[in-house]
Design a protein around this ligand. Sequence first.
Ligand code: F6R
Length: 608
Amino acid sequence: MCGIVGYLGHKKATEVLVEGLSKLEYRGYDSAGVAINTKENLEIRKFKGRLSVLSDDLEKNPINGGLGIGHTRWATHGEPSDVNSHPHFNKDKSIAVVHNGIIENYLELKEELQNEGYEFLSQTDTEVVAHLVDKYYKGNLLDAVYKATEKLRGAYALGVICKDNDKELVAVRKDSPLIVGLGENENFIASDIPAILKYTKKVYFLENNEFVHIVDNNVTVFDMNKNIVNKAINEITWDVESASKGGYEHFMLKEIYEQPNAVKETLIRRLDNNKCIKLDDIKLTKEDLEKINKVYIIACGTAYHAGLIGKYAIEKFANIPVICDIASEFRYNNPFIDNNTLVILVSQSGETADTLASLRYAKENGARIMSITNVVGSSIARESDDVFYTWAGPEISVASTKAYTTQVVSFYMIALDFGMKKEIITKEFYDKTIENLKSIDKKIEKVLSQEDYIKEVTKTLNKKDNAFYLGRGLDYLVAMEGALKIKEISYIHAEAFAAGELKHGTIALIEKGTPVIAILTQENLLEKMISNIEEVRARGAYVIAITKENHKEVEKSADKVIYIPDICDNLSTVLTVIPLQLLAYYAAIQRGCDVDKPRNLAKSVTVE
Ligand code: F6R
């Protein structure tokens, strides 16, 4: 997600800002910019593209000044472009703002401000903040920022400077990260520690609704009622490399832990009044939906596995037949595509070659194209009729984790919306499922709290070359993702099977000590799964079971049991995948594998 750096001190601000932003590149970005107080005015430079575009420009045409704010943008509202890049400013460029997060009520605020005569240049939500601060600015920047934030709903970390004072920087955070770096006669703000580590190891970690006022060399932190907060200074002991991973050993683990927040982002931004799904970016009307007689879901790898859950959800909630196919096979499978077909492409990167080629094939054959992707402005997003962004934040580790859970949540939302529009599901079911989705972030946290136990369980996989993943119904679909995850990062050969299918051949491979990971969360299939577990155990398998916490009886049949919190059967997928990710992660660590960069793999597969 976006990166923020702010500086007030004796050095040349542009140099500190560009250096700091370069240390935030790992967060992913598509444009970069700075605003500097030159004592005469605020000078703003911002460009779409790599940070080098900005730094080259600053080298050719330097800006002098010791106060500035900088930003790397990862597009959410509005495509990557110079004009949508931060900093954003008020009409006379006397106030500049950088922002990380989402202003949920920006449309409402924009309309209000437009009625008052404010003109908007960009498509971003952030620009409302610049105009709001302008509206409330009567010579006191801190007051103006206080008043502006009273109007904001959503998540934000903001850095604000004004032309009138080249020794004043204001910042605030709510639900988006922001720290303050304390130096010798210089101070910093940043969205993450690596940005400032070169200059200082002393930081304040800001809490929600804390405001920072930096004037000359003095830093004061206030709470939302303008009381001074006495912050403790934290000494950072990490180096830059581990700091960019937020203290986690690998990006994969960091991204596993980002899932509660990522799924919350996917959900919250499309809940109107916290109650009803509002698919803003999807123009499919009730009438369009009535005409659709089948859906194809097309994707590769982990995204394909999310698509399989999408098939289940759309068929169950919206009663539309769905074919889920692998992108590299789809075009050669004589697909039944016509004007009444909806094709949904799923891709984290939005650039996967086979998925893109499938999109073009489906479009040429008259289908309506929808995509679920994480990268704003990616090729797949640009070429689709409708786009559902997952808002998971950049995924750096090659092994996909938060992309999967957010894609699955996206499908649940789309399926619920379709089902409601088509009047297939009741309002009661719709409301209840949304309530369940809203509680899922906390439940993921509960699964994550068992990390030590899962790590311990993984030791039983040590020195094993094969593993089997079993499940029935939805659990089988998640088993497929679990098997892929362990294969790709730990190089243990793993296969997923529909548990009832095992005795039609594969059970011949089970011998003493063969690891079997069995998932059993579906109430109507529980007894049958227990029988399947007994079958493999009778042949010597070592069984690790994943089930809901109210099914303690599973302990009698399995060697180890990992529990997930109670959840309705339809949504258990988002929880059962978490232990499978951790199992894969620790299996890879035990075997000394390069977790974030597994052999032979690339993050974005742009060849067919
Ligand atoms: C596995 C993994 C891959 C991707 C696949 C599709 O962990 O990451 O299987 O899911 O290459 O990539 P996207 O989603 O970018 O189209």
